[in-house]
Design a protein around this ligand. Sequence first.
Ligand SMILES: Nc1ncnc2c1ncn2[C@@H]1O[C@H](COP(=O)(O)OP(=O)(O)OP(=O)(O)O)[C@@H](O)[C@H]1O
Length: 625
Amino acid sequence: MVGMNGTGTHPLLLSSCSGLLGMGFRGGASALAANAAVGRPVLTTFVKCSLAGGLAVSGQRGFVSLPEGAQDIGKIVSSASEKLGLGDNQFAAGGFQLALIGGLLAGIRVLGSHAVEYLKKRIVVTAEFDSRDESYSWILNWLSDHPYSKKATQFSVSTTIARGAQKINGEGGDSAVTATYYLPAPGLHFFWYKNRLLWVRTLVDLINNTFLYRERVRPAGSTVATSGAAVENITISTLGRSRELIQSLIMEAQRKFIDRDKARTVIFQADQYGAWRRTKSRPKRPLDTIVMDPKLKNYIVNDAKEFFASESWYAERGLPFRRGLLLYGTPGTGKTSFIHALAGELGLNIYVVNLSSKNLTDDTLSELVSDTPSRCLLLIEDVDAAFVQRESKDAATGITFSGLLNSVDGVSAQEGRMLCMTTNHLDRLDEALIRPGRVDVRARFGKATQSQAQELFVKFFPHPPATPRADDTSKAVLGSHSNKEQGDDSTEESSPLLSQRTESERRAQDAMKQRQTEELAAQFASAIPDQTFSIAQLQGFLMGYKKTPEMAASHVHEFVRQAGSAEVSGTAKIGYDDDEGESKADPPPTAPAKDDQDKQYYWEGSAERQHIRDEKERERRMSLK
Ligand SMILES: Nc1ncnc2c1ncn2[C@@H]1O[C@H](COP(=O)(O)OP(=O)(O)OP(=O)(O)O)[C@@H](O)[C@H]1O
């Protein structure tokens, strides 16, 4: 293509060299800068410019034969250089020409990319989702449900739906199998939504500079310490100028995500970076699974409901829209369980602060509290754990008592949240922490009364529902079919009668079982000394007899005699419950001597224990059959 001249000096080389020297250097530099700005390999552009410049000049001077357009450019460029008086100086002229052409091309390129951007904005609607925002989870969840993700040949498998550093671990699966999400693999994906073509893409990985379409950028303002949390972006685009389609997609995704959590209580905890992290979600715990004084239960629930419904009442009086609840009492009496049930009843999520965390400082605590959503339960468990009165219990705890007070009701504290604190030692708390305004309701959770023990038993062994089961109805229908097949004409009339009889028999059976359970519950409760055992202890005992209420009722004396020994209940705990708290029980009549306790397995070899174990073993074998 490129011709050679007879003088031995290659004009193209001459032109390129002169481009680097003299005036051309500046032009080349600006071309380089322009090209760097558009993100293209600079060297390639430089070579292209040099070639074009060289070719144009060479064409003008007759060294090579060039297409007409290029020759015209060459003519314009050389006439311009002649006008500037550079015609005689081959180096200067070549450099000038190169700079002019390079600049021209770079200008065209920049203009071109701006034009493309402009056109894109005019004809493409794009929504961007950042993994630091909750909307990112909506979109991932939506994408994982979209038929495209189920059919895509390139897909990612995940047991989490990530939101920044937050993971939603395997929720939705049963206990044995973790839930799995299928997501389109990183890259560009096209799919249909409401008969319109959409495309989703994640952007270039800036850290590794690889072509992954996945953008990982350091969160704005983050320090090196927080750089572990990479940020990802997803964009969804469609042709057109109306945002309606994408907005409806976002709303659908949001609804789906919220529906997914509707029957669950989501629990957030502070991570080491001082940000809330979604740790788990649980099915909502019904309030009636909590065994406690019904008056107290209703009082707290109604108080909380009233609080969340009276935002304007607080605003009118200039009062901070906050409420504090303190639950105190012996371990295992249901304080935490009640807060979970309360959150379920109110449809709120729980944000848990662990005051003993070494990463927590006054600043992070204050940030965390102000970052809670406007409606939530903020839970501080074992609030006595970090402080004894005003003194920090553990030097490693990064918060001070005044930091805690400021966080819970300082100016930056979020409005609309209910602060729930639990403690086993009310007496260890500083009055300032629990003064009215910070704590509005105090509730004591005591050990089980006899009637609570009875209630627990009935709840633990629920009597079967009195409604007909689906399989029985189908059995009746099946019966009518098989009789028909056998040519029995009377079946059509007798089938409803049959099902009616089955139904009334079942009701009678259910009623009998219910009576039996209640009798056993009464028997169980009568053996339990009042306010001696926590519900958790009683529940632990019942766990040993999950399917045999009769045995639970008959062995309860043993349990009481051994003062709540978990061995009797079949759990792993060994020895006596050493809760000195509020126990009003007399020392257990057959309590072993201290020496025996030290041996731990003092009951080994006892004939009675052996009998119980044999019975349990027999039961276990029966259940396996
Ligand atoms: N009043 C109760 N009603 C129903 N279940 C209860 C009750 N009290 C305790 N339990 C059961 O006992 C276990 C422990 O309860 P929970 O953690 O709520 O007690 P807690 O008072 O918060 O204890 P701690 O002070 O040690 O944190 C849970 O499995 C819970 O279901």
